[in-house]
Design a protein around this ligand. Structure first.
Ligand code: GRF
Length: 195
């Protein structure tokens, strides 16, 4: 099978990266991960990539004078690894409009809310504080506006009495790990068909 090459950008634990790695191991999954890039050298996700034999790179944003210079360094690595798709998986940096334009329609993000509700970095806490009975997660196409691109897949997650931010996030994670590979597959097949 002719697989689409993808790279994953992370900043931390990388449990979503792991879900993508596991999915890509399936012979009939239309994507292979050719690189993992982290802006943090302590990101546990780097261990997951190494264990899976995937080349990984630490590119520290602090070493670059501007956001765009950092993004250009990442972009070079992505091209070097022939990536055609970029998956953000807990990548905690805003991307420059230049970078977003390079990957238009080819970059996905996973977000822990039912977008358009609760954009931003405290989505799980915000849903909990809102006193709702349900939240969830979304995989969306990345555009210039944060957490605002087309949503490809969502999953609902109940908010249970006594939930802490941690217990709720754990339940959300389980759904993220299910829908992120599905959404990646959808995008890969769409790109192959030239749709
Ligand atoms: C996930 O909850 C994702 O929705 C958010 O950051 C978290 C990353 O978790 N963008 P992990 O590093 O994949 O475990």
């Amino acid at each position: 099978m002719n697989k689409q090459k993808a790279a994953v950008l992370i900043s931390g634990n990388g449990s979503n990266l792991q879900a993508l790695i596991d999915a890509c191991k399936q012979p009939d999954f239309p994507v292979e991960i050719t690189a993992v890039i982290s802006n943090k050298e302590e990101a546990y996700g780097l261990n997951r990539a190494s264990e899976a034999g995937i080349p990984c790179h630490v590119i520290k944003h602090g070493n670059y004078a501007t956001r765009e210079a950092f993004d250009k360094a990442m972009h070079e690595q992505l091209l070097h690894h022939c990536a055609r798709i970029v998956c953000l998986a807990g990548f905690m940096r805003m991307l420059s409009p230049w970078f977003v334009a390079q990957w238009q329609g080819r970059m996905l993000n996973i977000h822990p809310s039912l977008l358009p509700a609760f954009k931003g970095a405290s989505a799980v806490r915000d849903a909990l504080n809102a006193g709702l009975r349900e939240t969830g997660c979304s995989v969306h196409v990345v555009t210039d506006e944060m957490d605002a691109g087309e949503v490809l897949l969502q999953a609902k997650v109940p908010i249970l009495p006594g939930d802490s931010e941690e217990s709720l996030h754990q339940r959300i994670h389980a759904q993220e790990h299910r829908i992120y590979p599905q959404a990646l597959k959808m995008l890969a097949l769409k790109l192959v068909q030239g749709a």
